[in-house]
Structures are given as structure tokens and as C-alpha cells.
Design a protein around this ligand. Structure first.
Ligand code: OXD
Ligand code: MN
Length: 599
């Protein structure tokens, strides 16, 4: 290769090897400049890969449609290839690395013939910071390049920071034939390598995100004594100007982006309360010199779910994606060349002016909430938007040392079992609370409704090694943090007997955040129950809430022993499934919970 922006032998040799296998017509290095990005956007529009939207209403915004068979992460085809199956554990798919490399080689061979291989040097975290880790993604997709330019920090400064080192994560992505049967998203943690083939959908192909910043990073974190978690990071600013930071882990599609960008209820904003967003999906956590846990968001943008995002649910997200955004699989409004999705407003483009996510004419009058096939936008359609464009982005977003974490919040979607909020007894019990996290399936997903899926720390699809060892790592970290955050659990999704949500959620979740932070400061009492500390009903502010009385709060805070005992039975089954790496401490916590419930 001539004229390469680096002389790093480890990088150049690897690229040469990958190019010899995939046979691209040419290799183009991505330098992070706007000129190059602009040329790529023009090329993608010329080939139909992207559509340039109304530049007055949506400056620098584009629309992309994936293949119809390629619209989400594919857990069934995601592999952790450690030397032994035991290392990957029972929750991950595993294959012997040599066997997997051989299988992938066949799929990659010649796959870039007639195409360009783009080389993307990127950083997760601020380039040069203690937290930063570098990656190079090779891809034959301009869509991937343009998304990576938003989601990560890309450019020659990454290569400069890397220097001659071999310490980077290798990522190879080839679209190949977008063949579902041969789609693989594979991680080789021991080799710092990610390989993705036959997909063009974000979560499978933006290799900095789930593949690197969660799966590979969780493996590195265990080895190096830090944590990579599926968590949002937010700052609460008090009227005094003081700020406290919270991280929160919820399963996918449980409102992390909404909480991260929350706008407090009016009576609190008027007093000067604000929420600042540091991140909406991933947190890297390290013990600081002061003995506290510090968090950074390693990403540079948001890959948010579009449907349901609106002026009420998340005005900050909506405003973030009004410029410099790539929309994927939403409705194209051809009347004014803009976009639309279910839940944006009550003004869908009319028949004749609407193209659905599949690229077909769409008739909004035929839309039936219960029938996904009538949607204009795919339920998992997305916006890829720059964090810097978020109206409430934290001034600490680019901080080299991150933000100190006061509270870690776990959560799930539970109709009955979990109360609105409870506090664990401490780090060890809090880690146990994370390990038993669960969500009930909704009508939005395929399959039966109301089925409990256990999703420990919201990391079930993202732990790059054995889940049992991951829990042990959580327990070990507790001994390394002299001043650990307090750990809580929330549930915004309790329903009444008719199945309606009781708690208003969204901005009103601020009321729960303030209780959580008051507990961290020792400023408020709580009631001890079998599962942990729950608030006294009068300590959750209800000012300005219609239809919510102190009795509603009492109802939201009840701990129903019977449903918890049923949950314990389900947890036992899940622990058995995780297998013999489950730490004894977790079994002790489970037995203690059961005993308290039966007492
Ligand atoms: C995501 C997910 O896309 O968790 O963030 O699925
Ligand atoms: Mn996520």
C-alpha cells in the first residue's frame, strides 16, 4: 500500500491480509474531514444507498433503507469465540475460533470484488484520554462509514495516538450478499478482533458500538479492572448549581434515551433543576484516584429508536436529529422530502406522498397498531445523530476523566413485581439486584406477551465472556471502589388491573431520580422491606401530577410477596441456566431474599 496515513506495521499488515482475502478494487482511508464525508454522501446518493432530505428543514440529513431481512441485531447469529466454550459461558453462542475463522474465510473471500474497502480509524472515548481505546474498522459500506463518523471519533489523530502500537481492536465488515443464513457477528476477545458479514444493519455493523464498546470492552474491563456497561449517564443539576451523576441500565427499548435526555416537570424546571445528558447507551467505568467510580460515554452520537420519539416523550432527542442525521428505515414523506415515524405526531404523510421503510407506497389509513406489517416506519427504525447537537448535552461530554457516579440504577419492564423504585442494601446486594434484572415482553416484540426475559444488568446480549464470571467481576469491583455508588432498581411500567400504566414516566421520572439522589446524600429515610429499601410514599413528590395521589404512590411501592416468590423460582431456573460459574455469593443473596420473603 502506498501513501498510507500511518506506518504502523501491525495495522498495515492486517489490512493487507484482509484485502488479500476480500479483494476490494481499491482501499480508501477515512480521514475524518468534512470534504471526504461530503464526497461519500454524494456518492451514496448517486447510487441510491441514501436519499438526501430537505436541506432547509433537515440540514445535512439523509435517509437509508436496509434490506428487508436485515433490520435488527441478531442475537442468534452473534458469537463469542474464546478458546473454550466455558469461557464464553452458556448464555453466549460459541464456536471454536479455528473453526469459525475457517467458516468466515469462505464468506469473506472475494466479497469486496468490484467494491471499495474503507479503512476507518476510530476512537471510543476522547482521543488521548485515559479511557480511550482505539479501533480500525474495514468496511465496504459507505453507510457504515457515515454512521461511524457520527457514532465515534474518526480521523488521522487516532492513528497518531496509536503510533506503532498493536493495541487496537480489529474490525472487518463485509456486506457480502446480506444473506440471513450466512450472517455472522463474531468476536474473538483473545485476538482483539470482530468480524461481521452479510448484514448492513447498525447494531451488527457499526463495530465500535455493541461489538467493541460492550462485548470486547467487557472482556478487557475484567482483565484490566474496569467495567463496560450498557448504561446511560446523566447529570442532575440542582438549583444551587451542584451536579450529581447517575448511570442506568435498562434492557433495549425500555427508555434509556428518554431518561438520559429527560426534561424535568415544570415546577422543578422553574426552580432551576435540569438534566444533562452524558450518554444514552454505553458507560465505561473506572475507579478514580478519589476512590469514587467515574464514568465516560465512549460514543460520539446516538443510534436511537425513532418510533415513539416526539415532542412530548423526548423533545431533546427530536431536536438532536433535526440536523446532521442519518435516518434508517423510517417513512419518507415525498411531499416535502422529510421523514415520519409512528408516534412522531398525528400528521402522517398521506397516501401518494408516503414511502414506507421497505420502499413501497404506504397508506397510513390502513395502519393497525396491532399489526406490525402495516407500519410505515419499521418498529426498530433509527436515527444516527451527533451528541454535540443534543440541546441538553452535558458540558462534561468530552471530559477526559469522566463524571463521578453517585447512583447506579437498574430497571426493567414489570407489570406487577417490581415497585416504582427500591434501593439495594449495598454493592454486593446491588450486584445481585442487577443479576436478577428482567423485563416482560410487550406487544412490540414478536412472540408471547408478558413473558419474563431475564436480562442481567441489561447485558445479556453484550457480555463478551461467561455471565457467571461477569457477575464475579461486579462483586470484585465492589472491593476495589472505596466510595462506591449506591445501587437502585426502578420500574416505570407497573400496570393497573386494566393493563394501563400507573406511573406517568418520561419527565416525571425526575421525581424518582431526586429521591434516589437524596438517599445517596443520606437526606431522606426509607422503609426496609424484603427486597430492599423503598421510599416512604410522602417522599415521592406528586406536585403537579394529575390523577396521582399519595395512595397511587403507595400502590406503586408495594412489594407483593407472592409474585416475588414466583420470581425467585424463575431466578433459580435462570441461575441454573447460567451454570456453574454463578458466584456462590449470588446464591447466598438469592437464599437470603427468599428467606426474607418467607419470614
Ligand atoms: C441498542 C440496543 O440498539 O440495545 O442500543 O439494542
Ligand atoms: Mn443499547
Amino acid at each position: 500500500m502506498n501513501n498510507t496515513p500511518t506506518n504502523n506495521k501491525f495495522v498495515l499488515d492486517w489490512i493487507e491480509e484482509m484485502a488479500a482475502m476480500t479483494c476490494p478494487d481499491q482501499i480508501v482511508w477515512i480521514d475524518g474531514t468534512n470534504e471526504q464525508a461530503e464526497a461519500l454522501r454524494a456518492e451514496a446518493c448517486a447510487t441510491g444507498e441514501m436519499i438526501k432530505l430537505n436541506q432547509e428543514k433537515l440540514p445535512n440529513c439523509y435517509l437509508h433503507r436496509t434490506a428487508v431481512n436485515d433490520v435488527a441485531r441478531v442475537e442468534g447469529r452473534t458469537y463469542i469465540c474464546t478458546p473454550t466454550k466455558e469461557e464464553a459461558g452458556n448464555i453466549n453462542n460459541w464456536m471454536d475460533p479455528a473453526e469459525m475463522y475457517a467458516k468466515l474465510k469462505k464468506l469473506y473471500t472475494g466479497s469486496m470484488k468490484g467494491r471499495t474497502m474503507y479503512v476507518i480509524p476510530y476512537s471510543m472515548g476522547v482521543v488521548g484520554s485515559d479511557f480511550a481505546k482505539y479501533g480500525i474498522e474495514l468496511t465496504d459500506s459507505i453507510y457504515v462509514v457515515l454512521n461511524m463518523l457520527i457514532m465515534t471519533r474518526v480521523g488521522n489523530n487516532v492513528l497518531e495516538a496509536l503510533g506503532d502500537s498493536a493495541d487496537y481492536i480489529k474490525g472487518l465488515h463485509a456486506r457480502a450478499d446480506i444473506d440471513e443464513e450466512n450472517r455472522y457477528i463474531v468476536h474473538f476477545p483473545q485476538d482483539n478482533t470482530i468480524m461481521s458479514v452479510n448484514s448492513g444493519y447498525g447494531g451488527n455493523v457499526l463495530l465500535g458500538k455493541k461489538c467493541f464498546a460492550l462485548r470486547i470492552a467487557s472482556y478487557l474491563g475484567r482483565k484490566e479492572g474496569w467495567m463496560a456497561e450498557h448504561m446511560l449517564i446523566l447529570g442532575v443539576k440542582y438549583p444551587s448549581g451542584e451536579k450529581k451523576y447517575v448511570t442506568a441500565a435498562f434492557p433495549s427499548a425500555c427508555g434509556k434515551t428518554n431518561l438520559a435526555m429527560l426534561i424535568p416537570p415544570k415546577f422543578l424546571s422553574e426552580q432551576g433543576y435540569e438534566v444533562e445528558c452524558v450518554g444514552d447507551d454505553i458507560a465505561w467505568l473506572r475507579v478514580g484516584e478519589d476512590g469514587r467510580l467515574w464514568a465516560v460515554n465512549p460514543e460520539n452520537g446516538f443510534f436511537g429508536v425513532a418510533p415513539g420519539t416526539n415532542e412530548k416523550s423526548n423533545p431533546n432527542a427530536l431536536h438532536t436529529c433535526l440536523r446532521d442525521t442519518i435516518f434508517t428505515n423510517v417513512v419518507h414523506n415525498t411531499a416535502d422530502n422529510t421523514v415520519w415515524w409512528e408516534g412522531l405526531d398525528n400528521n402522517p404523510p398521506q397516501p401518494g406522498n408516503a414511502i414506507d421503510w421497505k420502499g413501497n407506497p404506504w397508506d397510513c389509513t390502513k395502519y393497525d397498531k396491532k399489526d406490525k406489517s402495516t407500519c410505515g416506519a419499521h418498529p426498530n427504525s433509527r436515527f444516527t445523530a451527533l451528541a454535540a447537537n443534543c440541546p441538553c448535552i452535558s458540558p462534561e461530554f468530552n471530559s477526559l476523566k469522566g463524571v463521578p457516579v453517585s447512583a447506579i440504577v437498574f430497571g426493567g419492564r414489570r407489570a406487577k413485581t417490581a415497585p416504582l423504585v427500591y434501593q439495594s442494601y449495598g454493592w454486593q446486594h446491588g450486584s445481585f439486584v442487577g443479576s436478577i434484572m428482567a423485563s416482560e415482553t410487550t406487544a412490540a416484540a414478536a412472540g408471547a406477551v408478558g413473558v419474563v426475559r431475564r436480562d442481567p444488568m441489561a447485558m445479556r446480549p453484550f457480555v463478551g465472556y461467561n455471565m457467571g464470571d461477569y457477575w464475579q467481576h461486579w462483586l470484585n469491583m465492589g472491593h476495589k471502589i472505596p466510595n462506591p455508588p449506591m445501587i437502585f432498581h426502578v420500574n416505570w411500567f407497573r400496570t393497573d388491573d386494566e393493563g394501563h400504566f400507573i406511573w406517568p414516566g418520561f419527565g416525571d421520572n425526575m421525581r424518582v431520580l431526586l429521591w434516589i439522589l437524596a438517599r445517596c446524600e443520606g437526606k431522606v429515610d426509607a422503609v426496609e422491606t424484603a427486597i430492599g429499601y423503598v421510599p416512604k410514599a410522602e417522599d415521592i413528590m406528586i406536585e403537579g401530577l394529575e390523577d396521582i395521589t399519595i395512595d397511587t404512590i403507595r400502590e406503586l411501592l408495594t412489594v407483593d410477596t407472592q409474585s416475588w416468590l414466583e420470581d425467585v423460582a424463575n431466578i433459580k431456573e435462570f441461575y441454573a441456566q447460567v451454570g456453574d460459574h454463578v458466584p456462590a455469593t449470588m446464591y447466598e443473596e438469592l437464599a437470603a431474599l427468599e428467606a426474607r420473603l418467607k419470614a
